[in-house]
Design a protein around this ligand. Sequence first.
Ligand code: NAP
Length: 501
Amino acid sequence: MLTGKHLIAGNWVAGDTTFKSEPAHGEAHDFSVGTPAHVDAAAKAAEEAFWSFGYSSRAERAALLNAIADEIEARGEEITAIGTSESGLPEARLQGERGRTTGQLRLFASHIEKGDYLDRRHDEALPDRAPLPRPDLRMIQRPIGPVAVFGASNFPLAFSTAGGDTAAALAAGCPVVVKGHSAHPGTGEIVAQAVDAAIKKLGMHPGIFSLIQGGKRDVGQSLVQHPLIKAVGFTGSLAGGRALFDLCAQRPEPIPFFGELGSVNPMFLLPEAVKARGGEIAKGWAGSLTMGAGQFCTNPGIAVIIDSAEADAFVEAATEALAPIGAQTMLTDGIAEAYRAGRDRVAGVTGVRELLTSTCDMRNATPYLFATTGKEWLDNEVLGEEVFGPLGLVVRAADFDEMQKIAKSLAGQLTCTLHLDKGDSELGRALMPVLERKAGRVLANGFPTGVEVADSMVHGGPYPASTNFGATSVGTLSIRRFLRPVCYQNMPAELLPDDLG
Ligand code: NAP
């Protein structure tokens, strides 16, 4: 049952005005518009909660993460029903994403119980060291305080209300204030009900979690500027993320803004691989490029190939594989509109050829395929920008030198992919130092869509893929974003944090 209200520290609170959801299909609902006053109440409750939650045991926080997963599962059908209606994503996708979300919560629970993430260090005192004695030094990671979370429209569960950022912050011991995404307010509310139920069941401080619905941009802006908020986790567009990042930097007390933004995720196709299995790669690319209507941050939007007869065959095979793919529903009217604008931007560049002309009416899009030369790509920065949706661009480099130039001029990426065979090893080795400077994840002979939630995963990269190249928003390392190291010098054992004892 939807209330249409905000969840502020365990209470469902109505606003003075409402906005209507814009579902892809099904009934629209009214939701309270969030205000800076709601944000203030939630941030104050989060700060109050920090004094207990920030000092809770790892076992207590693991129990909370597991209980949230249980409560989400208990509402599984309700979440799928509202999620498919709001986002237009198919039922199976919502079910899979729910499993990923609860799996992530449970993985983080078991990860913090092991304790390695605390990176405990100890330099024993050297009282007899000359010329100066060394004090006893102990270091451990401590939670930073209340965290603001902004989810993305394209992952209404795994990158939203109780998604990766929330799970990581709670695992670290940081209370969370979520700014609800206006593309899926109902899904957000049901998930918030699950979190609220888990907190109440365990008798924890209600300020640990709040959800303020959007409806107006000043909600998010006041949230990142609130003096009690100590960090922000954001997944979304480059424009939105950059605006909020700048606000964080301009605060009297600047705070870290962990923004996971856009990426074109280029693939580099080396000659022997193209010769041996160009058609197969083309088919795989078409599948990855159009999965979820291409609305993945890891969508491989660009394929760089060296000009040759095999390159012609690759382009033909990609066109053939993409042509029969029918229209898919995009997440919001705004995203469909941005997709059309992106297509026009690419098509408007001199030297870009349209290989597959498609349609995108109000909210339904079919794939587009374009081709250009390496020179045109290098001369037109706009061709390196993300078009969020099923749009592919083949870049035909004159030779390997030009391919390398293209790699060197890339902006920061979430992923870069190499397709190579044994005979391509030398070229692959020459490209690797460039690719690993550009991306958070470098893949061989695969496709970047489908991000494993694991210990070694890095979902981040140099700007604009993310605003913080030292961090990841997926995997257990993401917890580290919401911790800071504290050193305890000559501290009596009874004053040390329990985790150091
Ligand atoms: P979005 O439009 O940037 O929205 C994200 C959130 O930020 C929403 O809550 C939105 O509020 C808020 N927001 C945006 N601009 C704002 C501003 N100027 N002031 C205050 N709040 C603002 O992004 P999206 O449409 O949800 O997601 C699509 C984009 O996300 C794509 O570019 C995709 O590549 C990227 N993405 C990246 C990753 C990653 O991990 N790197 C993952 C998924 C998606 P409203 O609710 O009011 O719109």
